[in-house]
Design a protein around this ligand. Sequence first.
Ligand SMILES: [Zn+2]
Length: 373
Amino acid sequence: MNRSFKLFSVAGIDVRVHLTFPLILVWAAFQFGILTGGGLSGALFGIIVVLLLFGIVTLHELGHSFAAMYYKIPVKDIVLLPIGGVAQLKRMPKEPWQEFVVALAGPAVNVVLALLLGGVALALNIPVLGGSLGVINGTASLSLTAVLSYIFVSNLALALFNLIPAFPMDGGRVLRALLAMGLPYARATAIAARLGQVLAVGLGIYGLFNGGIFLMFIAFFVYNGAKQENALVQQEAQLQQVTVGQVFARQVQSLRPFNTLQDALTLKSLTGQTSFPVHDGFRYVGLLTGAQLQEGLQRFSGWTAVNDLVRRDLPVVTPGDSLERVQSLLQQHQTEALPVVDDHTFLGVITLNHLREAYQRLVLERRITIQPA
Ligand SMILES: [Zn+2]
């Protein structure tokens, strides 16, 4: 997420805070200092509990992150927003069992923290449950009882709220994982996402009539999150049904390592082809992608040999591979084309455009087939 800055990092995971985050501190000071008449003591109470609360949110997100890393899923970062935190995983766990564990790991942290806080409160004879009533009734002041009570109750609320089965919230991910144990992944996602959207609308309406501006924000994020993630999963499922062999370009112009960038540019304008395999006469050497060509022409002269720029790091795909695999490889390697090779024989190139065309065709076909006869 842009517009955030790094606070610190834990086990290689950057914990970042969004620029809008200070808003929540202002809100807390206003809520407990002015609205409930707590004065300066109340305002300080608000700021301290919110900071502690976000410490807890960070631990919750670290719970998800460590579970993901256990399954070898890299974690990009954790971003703290005024409405909560997000652990951004590089990819979603596709194994239902893994998603189940990763989704539950966050709320599990809150349950453990609640037990610890409850234990401390019990040992120190602090009435955490009674104390929190004071906070709710607007008599919050900066005392250990009030702070501990508020944190204890919020921590429990955080666990319960996140377990609402509103995909893509934690409870919704648990539901998708459970459904995916018996149903195809795409179908499980569609059901969980639809329920998530229905619950989000309910949450939003509840927030609207109860002045819950945060609930409305969360509802908005849940609704859109469900819609987007479902669309992505459905697209992947569709692309899984098409193979490279059905769509890739066989008739491609190739270059020799000694050809220049200018040669490539000429060939591009003559044929409309954007990525060029480079061949040394006997075997395939690498791919000169459109991006590589453009960058090369900006940085070097047109007389530079393509040999200096050709991408040798790209993996090859075979005609039997699915487009879903191609899509993830394209993303992973930041390229718009991949070479198609079979039994060490170079066959052609598959590009992002082939993927787009295939997907559009699939959507079109589906529209035609679901029309009533
Ligand atoms: Zn969570």
